[in-house]
Write a protein that binds this ligand. Structure first.
Ligand SMILES: Cc1ncc(COP(=O)(O)O)c(C=O)c1O
Length: 395
């Protein structure tokens, strides 16, 4: 029997594959599951974007052909225009913008295009699992940067030993953050990151997938807004959350042309890029008025306010995040002694509510669960009633 690669066998099943098993068993028991696990928007893609797709597919058969792998010129030009309007930074659409089949694909292939066996990636823990999984698949090593509440979920770069820094190649940052929902409040942190990356010759990968999902007047920055950032960094963006386009698979990377070039080269050997009709729909998404984004954000704000207020009322103390559609919740008082996986299993079994155990995002996520606000508004009322009963039983 032929075996898969050592690197692949070093990985446990993907977090959501394990959670799907839990959900499947709940469905088999005929439980009415309220699914708050994956960051998979429940609302449809805005109508004008869907209509553009249908019209393009129907009327422009040339868009059915292989696309240009790095993104068609119109897509790259529109990204550069959006980026300048949003962040005040000019990009060269030819060399500083790259289309991706979603930012997950981009992150994975970026690591593979840079890593030699034994190279180190500096990765937030807890963090979006693709950073550490792709590092391991590429034969690299993960160095954990703990994200702790007392540090506002920012990594403490001064704690990284010099022998690690000598072998480190990439530093991953992601704010608004998945899973902690933390945001960057003070740009001084990013200024320090730029200095640090220059000193230790690091590539900074700034994942800004949630930059538009922010509340209460908070506006998320781009890494490239920081002076000198373009010398050391690239950024990843996604249409999945901003426009409810998770299934369409489109995102983009921007930044330093020399730093983007290995990713473009690597991808050219493996994929043909994003279908042209999807790129053209994404062009409309970015260039049309952004009311739909405000409406989407408003839905999450309403859900966040309702659910956080309700949770606090029933004795589960959870903070209101300024960004993302996640709640990062410490295990409720009577269950503090449990592991987050054990708690999540118990919760789905007793209430039908499915959430992510914090430990699935890394060891420093233990003691927390991540709740994604991605189900119909009515279901949150139901979830609160079930949780109230569940917590009361334990008092
Ligand atoms: C932090 C972060 N980055 C990237 C992604 C992937 O986004 P995409 O759908 O563009 O691949 C996600 C998806 O949940 C995410 O949470």
């Amino acid at each position: 029997m032929v075996h898969c690669s050592d690197n692949l066998s070093r990985l446990p099943p993907y977090l959501f594959s394990a959670i799907n098993i839990l959900k499947k068993s709940a469905y088999e028991k005929k439980l009415d599951v309220i699914d708050l696990t994956m960051g998979n928007p429940d609302l449809p893609t805005p109508k004008h974007i869907v209509e553009r797709l249908c019209e393009t597919v129907n009327e422009h058969p040339r868009t059915h052909r292989y696309p240009q792998a790095k993104g068609i010129p119109k897509f790259r030009k529109t990204v550069a225009e959006w980026y300048e309007k949003r962040f005040g930074i000019k990009l060269d659409p030819e060399h500083e913008v790259l289309a991706l089949i979603g930012s997950k694909e981009g992150v994975g292939h970026l690591v593979m295009s840079y890593f030699n066996p034994g190279d180190i990636a500096l990765i937030s823990n807890p963090g979006y699992p693709v950073y550490f999984n792709s590092t391991i698949l590429a034969g690299g090593q993960v160095y954990d940067l703990p994200l702790l509440k007392e540090n506002d979920y920012l990594p403490d770069l001064t704690k990284i030993p010099t022998n690690v820094l000598k072998r480190a190649k990439i530093l991953f940052l992601n704010y608004p953050n998945n899973p902690t929902a933390a945001v960057i409040e003070d740009l001084n942190f990013l200024k320090e990151v730029v200095k640090f990356a220059k000193k230790y010759d690091l590539l900074v990968v700034y994942d800004n997938a949630y930059c538009e999902i922010t509340f209460d007047g908070y506006v998320a920055p781009a890494f490239l807004q920081i002076p000198g950032a373009k010398d050391v960094g690239i950024e990843f963006y996604s249409f999945s959350k901003t426009y409810n386009m998770a299934g369409w698979r489109i995102g983009f990377a921007v930044g330093n042309a020399d730093l983007l070039a290995p990713l473009e080269k690597f991808k050219s050997f493996l994929d043909y890029g994003v279908a042209m009709f999807i790129q053209l729909s994404a062009v409309l998404a970015l260039s049309y008025k952004q009311d739909c984004v405000q409406e989407i954000v408003e839905v999450y704000r309403r859900r966040r306010d309702k659910f956080v207020t309700g949770l606090n009322k029933i004795g589960w103390n959870v903070e209101k995040p300024k960004g993302t559609f996640y709640l990062w919740a410490p295990l409720p008082e009577p269950y503090k002694h449990m592991g987050s996986l054990e708690f999540s299993e118990l919760l789905i079994e007793k209430t039908g509510i499915a959430i992510c155990p914090g430990v699935g995002f890394g060891t420093y996520g233990e003691g927390y669960v991540r709740i994604a606000l991605v189900t119909h508004d009515n279901r949150f009322h139901d979830a609160l009633l079930r949780l109230k009963k569940f917590l009361k039983k334990r008092e």
